[in-house]
Structures are given as C-alpha cells and as structure tokens.
Design a protein. Sequence first.
Length: 112
Amino acid sequence: MRTEEFLTRLDGEMLDYFREMLDVLVEHFGISRAEAVARINERYADEDISGMNQDLMCHEFPEFWAYHLYFKATRDAQPLPSGDPDVDGDLSEWEARPPPPRESPFWTLKDE
C-alpha cells in the first residue's frame, strides 16, 4: 500500500517500521517530520521492500537505518553509527548528510 507520506509500497508491518525510523530521525536529530520523511523517501522510493529485502531490513532495529539516513559515510574505515548509544558513543564527530533538495518529489509532507 502507498501512504500519504512514503513513496514506496509498504505492508502494514513495514509501514509501522518506517514510521519508527521516522520517529528516530525526529527525536534523535531534531529534524522535522517532513524532512525525516523526505530522507526516507530519497533512499527508499524505488526499493522493493518485500520478501527477502523486508527480512534483511527488519533484521536491524529502525535506529540502525535512521542513523544511516542521517549521517554521511566517511572515507576512513570506521563504520557508520548503529543507533545503539552504548556502542556509538559521541556522535559529534559525524557529519550530517544534507536533506534532499526542497524542490524534489521526496518532500511529501509540509513542514510543521
């Protein structure tokens, strides 16, 4: 099913999962719901989130994927944060990925 906010088709379980990612982005990084949805849409708009892909994705907590949506990968071998505060520690050294351009189709919600 398609929703008002997400550009990928999601069943009920995955819709809940994507909304958990959305909540992590808003709560942990202080961005608007509109920006969080745009970041998710930019990454997953053309993805098939079913079957094996769904199993692979749900193998990780929503925090894992949210952190990967928010932070840029760096050139060094250090892995991106996992979303686990006990493992990630200080996140101030990580650089935020820029949000998608405002004129892109990924912005399906208006800023609050």
